[in-house]
Design a protein around this ligand. Structure first.
Ligand code: BV8
Ligand code: ZN
Length: 244
């Protein structure tokens, strides 16, 4: 039996549902994860790339890595896992996604209620005046560091290690996690804080926690139900149960 009776009844009765997503949900679209085999971190370590000091020390290397990812992401599409979450937004009374992913694929699938807690790789910002730039071209070979009108260097507008998550997004996330009856934790290794601590907030408020992952993770121990397998396989099945 794939899904417990408890989960089946919650799929029918829950009003507020939240899905926390990590790189695993985009893996079936062809976007490499961070820590898995073939993952982005295999060649580089996070400390070397996804932090401000690395950018100041070697902006060309950091921009090369982000341009490689931006180009790859601009050529991929949402997969059945993303589209199932789009259907959930229209099936549950209140459904929100809190995503660690910066690939924009939830919006591309049609979801509106999305908190991009680590930002969006397609957006950039000036390190001097904080101006957001949406039109920074993808340079296959980085010949120059993009510059703002004010002369400042432009960086990807994502949250790097050692940087604070925006207070507003954190407050919005805490509120959603406190109010939800059902929380899906999809395709995340549970390594990165503060998102790794989010499931505990929902659990403390009596939510039922369901992990969907191809492997056990550091946060599997706190789950009420574990669906071991691909997000793109399980999520459409869950939508079928909600609909019938
Ligand atoms: C902060 C954005 C205050 C840019 C990213 C010591 C202890 C605890 C915490 C810390 C510590 N030292 C430092 C910290 C804080 C640090 C942190 O958590 N470090 C970790 C590594 C220990 N966090 C921060 O710095 C955060 N800010 O805390 O500020 C502060 C400041 C200083 C010091 C202390 C506190 C900011 C974190 C944000 C970093 N930005 N990325 C970019 O993308 O380039 S992190 C990066 O990892 C991505 O955003 C990614 O989303 C995120 C999490 O990774 P996952 O999404 O989980 O991906 P992963 O590859 O790991 O796992 C994929 C999973 O999918 C696997 O489990 C796999 O099995 C599964 N899977 C694969 N295929 C499928 C699948 N599942 C289902 N279906 C499939 N088909
Ligand atoms: Zn500027």
């Amino acid at each position: 039996m794939e899904f417990s009776d408890k989960l089946k009844s919650l799929l029918k009765s829950s009003k507020n549902v939240v899905a926390i997503c990590g790189a695993g949900i985009s893996q079936e679209s062809g976007v490499p994860t961070f820590r898995g085999k073939g993952g982005l971190w295999e060649k580089y370590r996070p400390e070397e790339l996804a932090n401000f000091d690395a950018f100041i020390k070697n902006p060309v290397l950091v921009w090369e890595w982000y341009n490689y990812r931006k180009k790859l992401i601009s050529e991929v599409n949402p997969n059945p896992g993303h589209y199932a979450l789009y259907e959930m937004e229209n099936l549950f009374e209140k459904f929100f996604i809190i995503t660690q992913n910066v690939d924009g694929l939830h919006h591309k699938a049609g979801n509106k209620n999305v908190i991009e807690i680590h930002g969006n790789i397609m957006h950039s910002k000036c390190i001097e005046c904080d101006k957001i730039h949406y039109d920074v071209p993808i340079q296959e070979k980085v010949v120059s560091i993009p510059k703002c009108e004010c002369g400042g260097m432009i960086r990807p507008n994502v949250v790097w290690f050692g940087e604070l998550i925006s207070e507003n997004l954190l407050m919005d996330s805490y509120k959603l996690l406190k109010d939800c009856q059902l929380l899906f934790v999809i395709g995340t290794s549970g390594n990165v804080y503060p998102v790794a601590s989010f499931p505990i907030i929902a659990k403390e408020n009596d939510a039922y926690l369901v992990e969907i992952n191809t492997e056990k993770t550091t946060i599997s121990y706190m789950m009420d139900e574990i669906l071991e397998g691909q997000a793109g396989v399980f999520l459409p099945k869950i939508v079928e149960i909600i609909k019938n």
